[in-house]
Design a protein around this ligand. Structure first.
Ligand code: S3P
Length: 450
C-alpha cells in the first residue's frame, strides 16, 4: 500500500502514572526476515508473534508475488511455503513496499541473483529514500537497476542470470545494506563476504544460520567479517518472533518521564546490536531491571521492569553506539527534552535518510514545543527543560514517520500543554496497537482535529 489517504490527527495530554504490562508487538526487523527466509526455504516455515504492521504486511504480499504461499492462521501466526533459494518467480505486478525501507532493500537483495526482473515502488516517504546504497553492491553480483534520478524508487531491478560472489565493505553502518548483500549472496556460487567496520543489527546472520546456511562471523581489525557460502538449501523453520525493543522504547521512555510510573515489558529482545537505548537510559539514571533472561527464536530476551525515579540527567552518546539505537533517537530526544542538562547525540547522520529526516523532524517539533536544540549534519543536541518542564502546546509534523509521531505523543504525556501530531496514521506501519496499549497503561492519547 502506498501510504494512507486521510491524515489522522492525534494529541496527548498530561497523564497520571503509567502502570501495567506493555505487551508490545513482534520485532519488525525479525518479522521481515522470517517472511523472506521462509520464502527462500524448502518446506513450510511457521512463524509466531509476527508483527502485523503495514510494513510487514507489505513484505508478506511481496513474497506471494514472488511465488511463495504465505498464509495467516491467527493473530501473529503465519506460515510460509517457500520456493527455495533461486526459486523466485517473476512478479506480474509492481511490488509496493509502502513505507518500508527494510522491506524494499531486503527484497531487492533476495531477488538480485535470480534471472527475473521486478519493479519496486513505495509511498511518498520511501520514494525519496536512497536505493543506490543497495543497488551499488548488487551490481557487483551482476544485477542491474533502473530507477529515478539519485537512485530513487520506482525502480526496476534486473536480477543477474549468472551471478558472481562478492566481497563488500559497507560504506555506511546499515543492516539493510548488509542484509541485501547476504540475501543476494545466497544464490551466488562460492563465498560472498561482507565487512562491516561498525557493527549493525545481526538478525539476518542469526536467522540464516538457523535456516541452515553456512555463515561465519569474525571480529577483525577491519571490522566484522561475515562470510556466507552460496547456494545452500535453506530448510523451513519455526520462528518465534521476540517483542520489538524499538517499539518497547516508547512505553519504556514514557514511563521514565511520567512521574510515579512503573511498567513491565515482557519478552523484550536483549540482542546487543539493538541495546544502545537501554545503555543510554541507565547512564541517564533510569531504573531498568531485566528479569528472567532466556532465549526465544534464536534471540536473547528478558522481562524489563521500568520505574520512574525522578528527573534523568543529560548525557553524551558516542558515535560507536549510534547503530545499536538508530531507531531510538526520536524517543531519546523526548527523554532528553525532559531531562536536566544537555544531551549530545553523536554520529547520527544516518537519521537524515530514515522514513523522514529525523534530526530535522525532531528538532523542529521540539523547538515548537519550547525546547532548545542545536544540530549539525551528524549531531543533535537537546537542552533539557529539567524540573521546569517542557512547555508543549504545539503541533508536530509526523512527516509519514511512525517514530516521529509516537515520540511526540509520548512528550505530550508530560508537557505543560497538550502536544498534537498532524498525522498518527504512520504508527500502523510498526506499532498498530500503540494507542490502545498506551491508553491501557494510563496515557491520555486521543484522536483530535488538529
Ligand atoms: C533495519 C535496519 C535499520 C533500521 C530499520 C530496520 C533492519 O536501518 O533503521 O528500521 O531491519 O535491517 P539501516 O540498516 O539502514 O540503518
Amino acid at each position: 500500500m502506498s501510504g494512507h489517504d486521510t491524515p489522522i490527527p492525534m494529541q496527548s495530554a498530561r497523564s497520571g502514572p503509567l502502570r501495567g504490562v506493555a505487551e508490545v508487538p513482534g520485532d519488525k526487523s525479525i518479522s521481515h526476515r522470517a517472511l523472506i527466509l521462509g520464502a527462500l526455504s524448502v518446506g513450510e516455515t511457521r512463524i509466531t508473534g509476527l508483527l502485523e504492521g503495514q510494513d510487514v504486511l507489505d513484505t508478506a504480499a511481496a513474497m506471494r508475488a514472488f511465488g511463495a504461499t504465505v498464509t495467516r492462521h491467527g493473530p501473529g501466526e503465519w506460515t510460509v511455503q517457500g520456493v527455495g533459494v533461486g526459486g523466485f518467480a517473476e512478479p506480474e505486478q509492481v511490488i509496493d513496499c509502502g513505507n518500508s525501507g527494510t522491506g524494499v532493500r531486503l527484497i531487492m537483495g533476495a531477488m538480485a541473483t535470480t534471472a527475473i526482473s521486478a519493479t519496486f515502488t513505495g509511498d511518498a516517504s520511501l520514494n525519496k529514500r536512497p536505493m543506490g546504497r543497495v543497488t551499488d553492491p548488487l551490481a557487483l553480483f551482476g544485477a542491474q537497476a533502473h530507477g529515478r534520478a539519485g537512485g530513487r524508487l520506482p525502480m526496476t531491478v534486473v536480477g543477474a542470470a549468472d551471478p558472481v560472489p562478492v566481497r563488500y565493505t559497507l560504506p555506511m553502518p546499515s543492516a539493510q545494506v548488509k542484509s541485501a548483500v547476504l540475501l543476494a549472496g545466497l544464490n551466488a556460487p562460492g563465498e560472498s563476504v561482507v565487512i562491516e567496520p561498525e557493527v549493525t543489527r545481526d538478525h539476518t546472520e542469526r536467522m540464516l544460520r538457523g535456516f541452515g546456511a553456512e555463515i561465519t562471523v569474525e571480529d577483525t581489525v577491519e571490522g566484522r567479517v561475515i562470510t556466507l557460502t552460496g547456494q545452500p538449501e535453506l530448510v523451513a523453520q519455526s520462528v518465534a518472533v521476540p517483542r520489538d525493543p524499538s517499539s518497547a522504547a516508547f512505553p519504556v521512555c514514557a514511563a521514565l518521564i511520567v512521574p510515579g510510573s512503573e511498567i513491565t515489558v515482557p519478552g523484550v529482545s536483549r540482542n546487543p546490536t539493538r541495546n544502545g537505548l537501554f545503555t543510554t537510559l541507565v547512564e541517564m539514571g533510569a531504573d531498568l531491571t531485566f528479569e528472567n533472561p532466556r532465549e526465544e527464536g534464536g534471540e536473547p530476551v528478558a522481562d524489563l521492569r521500568v520505574r520512574y525515579t525522578g528527573a534523568l540527567k543529560g548525557v553524551e552518546t558516542p558515535p560507536g553506539r549510534a547503530a545499536s539505537m538508530i531507531d531510538e533517537f526520536p524517543i531519546l530526544s523526548v527523554v532528553a527534552a525532559c531531562a536536566e542538562g544537555r544531551t549530545v547525540m553523536n554520529g547520527v547522520k544516518e537519521l537524515r535518510v530514515k522514513e523522514s529526516d529525523r534530526i530535522d523532524a525532531m528538532a523542529r517539533g521540539l523547538e515548537a514545543c519550547g525546547v532548545r536544540i542545536e544540530e549539525n549534519e551528524d549531531t543533535l543536541i537537546v537542552h533539557g527543560c529539567g524540573p521546569e518542564g517542557v512547555p508543549g502546546g504545539a503541533t508536530a509534523e509526523s512527516r509519514l514517520d511512525h517514530r516521529i509521531a509516537m515520540a511526540f505523543l509520548c512528550l505530550g504525556l508530560v508537557a505543560k500543554k497538550p502536544v498534537k501530531v498532524d498525522d498518527g496514521g504512520p504508527i500502523a506501519t510498526s506499532f498498530p496497537v500503540f494507542e490502545p496499549l498506551m491508553t491501557a497503561l494510563g496515557a491520555t492519547i486521543t484522536r483530535s482535529n488538529a
